[in-house]
Design a protein around this ligand. Structure first.
Ligand code: HAM
Length: 440
C-alpha cells in the first residue's frame, strides 16, 4: 500500500493550480493594465507577507465569518507563533500602514498590491483554494469620493481589458450608529421564521445575523425577499454618503444596481460595499470578479487608530477566465523567427555573447545550446516554425562570421558578426522589433 502511494504521481493540492505559460500571458496582460491605470491615479505598490499572525485576520474579518471559521490555513511555528496564510489583503495593508506610521504622510495614502491568497473553500467554478488578487486601498480618506474613485478605477480596468460590460452591485451597511438598530430589526424578522432556516442560517441568526442575507439556500432566498433593508435604516450621515457615491457613479456613467442583500463575506465593512460582475448571460457573470467597500473601523481594531479607508480587489484568476472566454489574444506575434545553431566548443562559447547582443537589440532568438549536432538543432528550428537559422560553426567562430540560412528555401549566406543585427532587422522588418497585443 505504502509502495503504491509512493509510486503515485504527486499533483497540485486540491483547489490549487499551476499557471502555465499560455495563461501567464493573460495574467501579465491583466497586471500591466491594472498597474498602469492605478499608477496614473497615484497608487504606489506595497507587498505584505503571505504569512501573517492569525489574529490579524480573526480579529478583523470576524470570528464568525466563513473565511475565519472554516477557510483559513493556519500553522504554528517552532517558536509557538500562530500564523495564517493570508486569506485577503486589506487587513495586512492596514497593519502595514499603522506599523510604519504612514498616518504621518500626506493623506490619503494610496496603495496597490497583487499576489497569491489562500482560502480552504470547496473548489468549484472560479473558486480556488489558492488564487490571485489585485487590490487598491485608499487609507486616510473619509470622503465618499474615495469610494467612487475606487469603483471607477476598477470599472476602467475591466473596460480597458475588454472583458465585457461590467456592472457594479452596491449597497450600504451603515455604521456603528445605525447598524445595531437594523440588526435588531433583522433579528426580529427572522425570529418568526427561525424553524424554516437552513442549518447554517440558524447559526448565522445567533452569531452574525447580517450574513443571513447572503444565504443561497432556496428556502432562505424566499425569506430574504421580505427581510428589512439596511438602506431604509441608514442614519443621516450614512444616507448622505451613500447618495453622494451614487451621484458620483452617475456623473461618471458607471452602470450600477442597488443590491439590498449585498453584505459581503468579511465583517470589517462600514457604509458602502460593492461587487463587480459581468453584465452578460454566461457562467462567468454569476460570480463576482471583484469586491470591496469602506472599512472605517479596521484601523481601530488593528492598532487603536482612526483610519477612514476604502478599497477593493479583483480576483485575477476570474478576470483571466473572462479574458479567455472573450477570446482576447495575448500571444505576442512571433517576433523572432530566428534560431541559433552552434557547432563545436568555440561556437558554444561565442553563442552566449551573441544571445546577449540580440537581447540588447530587443530581438528574441531561440536556441538549444545543450544540443551538439546540426541535425538535432535543425529539427527543433523546424518544429518551432523558424524562418532563419543562424549557424555558428568552428570556422565562423574563428572568422567572426555567421551563416544565415533561410529555412524554407535553404538559401544561405555568410555575414560578419558585426553586421548580423542590421542584416536580421532588414530581413525580418519592423515586426521583429516589438511585440504587439490586441489590448492596448
Ligand atoms: P473578497 O470579496 O473576499 O474581498 O474577494 C475579492 C475577490 O477575490 C472576489 O470578488 C473574487 O473575484 C476573488 N476571490 C475571492 N475568493 C476567491 C477564491 N476562493 N477563488 C478565486 N477567486 C476568489 C476581499 O478579499 C477584500 N479584501 C476586498 C477589499 C479590499 N475590501 C476593501 N479593500
Amino acid at each position: 500500500m505504502e509502495k503504491k502511494e509512493k509510486n503515485q504521481l504527486i499533483q497540485t493540492p486540491k483547489g490549487m493550480h499551476d499557471i502555465l505559460p499560455d495563461d501567464y500571458a493573460y495574467f501579465n496582460l491583466f497586471y500591466e493594465k491594472a498597474e498602469e491605470i492605478a499608477s496614473y491615479y497615484g497608487f504606489q505598490p506595497i507587498e505584505t507577507p503571505i504569512l501573517e499572525k492569525a489574529e490579524l485576520f480573526s480579529r478583523t474579518l470576524g470570528e464568525t465569518t466563513d473565511v475565519v471559521e472554516k477557510e483559513m490555513y493556519t500553522l504554528r511555528t517552532k517558536g509557538g507563533d500562530q500564523l495564517a496564510l493570508r486569506p485577503e489583503g486589506t487587513a495586512g495593508v492596514m497593519r502595514a500602514y499603522i506599523e510604519h506610521g504612514m498616518h504621518t504622510l500626506p493623506q490619503p495614502v494610496l496603495l496597490s498590491y497583487r499576489g497569491p491568497f489562500f482560502r480552504h473553500e470547496n473548489p468549484q467554478h472560479g473558486r480556488y483554494r489558492s488564487f490571485h488578487q489585485f487590490g487598491l486601498e485608499i487609507l486616510g480618506e473619509e470622503k465618499s469620493i474615495g469610494d467612487a474613485m475606487t469603483i471607477q478605477i476598477f470599472h476602467t480596468i475591466l473596460e480597458e481589458l475588454k472583458v465585457g460590460p461590467a456592472i457594479v452591485r452596491i449597497n450600504s451597511l451603515g455604521d456603528k450608529e445605525c447598524r445595531p438598530n437594523y440588526r435588531r430589526e433583522l433579528v426580529g424578522y427572522y425570529k418568526k421564521y427561525f424553524h424554516a432556516l437552513c442549518k447554517d442560517c440558524k447559526n448565522r441568526f445567533k452569531e452574525n445575523p447580517l450574513r443571513l442575507l447572503d444565504c443561497k439556500d432556496a428556502k432562505c432566498v424566499e425569506l430574504k425577499k421580505e427581510a428589512p433593508q439596511m438602506i431604509q435604516h441608514l442614519c443621516h450621515k450614512c444616507k448622505d454618503s451613500f447618495r453622494e457615491v451614487l451621484e458620483f457613479l452617475e456623473a461618471s456613467k458607471i452602470p450600477y444596481v442597488i443590491d439590498n442583500q449585498l453584505v459581503r463575506g468579511l465583517d470589517y465593512y462600514t457604509r458602502t460595499v460593492f461587487e463587480f460582475f459581468l453584465d452578460r448571460p454566461d457562467e462567468i457573470s454569476s460570480i463576482a470578479l471583484g469586491g470591496g467597500g469602506r472599512y472605517d473601523e479596521l484601523g481601530k481594531t488593528i492598532g487603536k487608530r482612526e483610519v477612514p479607508a476604502v478599497g477593493a480587489t479583483l480576483g485575477v484568476d476570474r478576470v483571466v477566465q473572462a479574458l479567455k472566454a472573450q477570446k482576447i489574444s495575448t500571444k505576442p506575434k512571433k517576433i523572432s523567427k530566428i534560431f541559433l545553431i552552434q557547432l563545436g566548443v568555440a561556437a558554444k562559447y561565442k553563442s552566449l555573447s551573441l544571445l546577449e547582443m540580440f537581447r540588447k537589440a530587443h530581438i528574441p532568438i531561440y536556441q538549444s545550446l545543450s544540443k551538439d549536432s546540426l541535425k538535432s538543432q535543425l529539427i527543433i528550428a523546424l518544429k518551432l516554425n523558424m524562418a532563419y537559422a543562424l549557424i555558428l560553426g568552428q570556422k565562423e567562430a574563428i572568422d567572426s562570421t555567421i551563416i544565415v540560412q533561410n529555412i524554407e528555401t535553404r538559401e544561405q549566406e555568410t555575414v560578419s558578426i558585426n553586421s548580423i543585427l542590421d542584416y536580421i532587422k532588414l530581413h525580418l522588418g519592423e515586426s521583429s522589433k516589438s511585440q504587439s497585443k490586441s489590448v492596448k
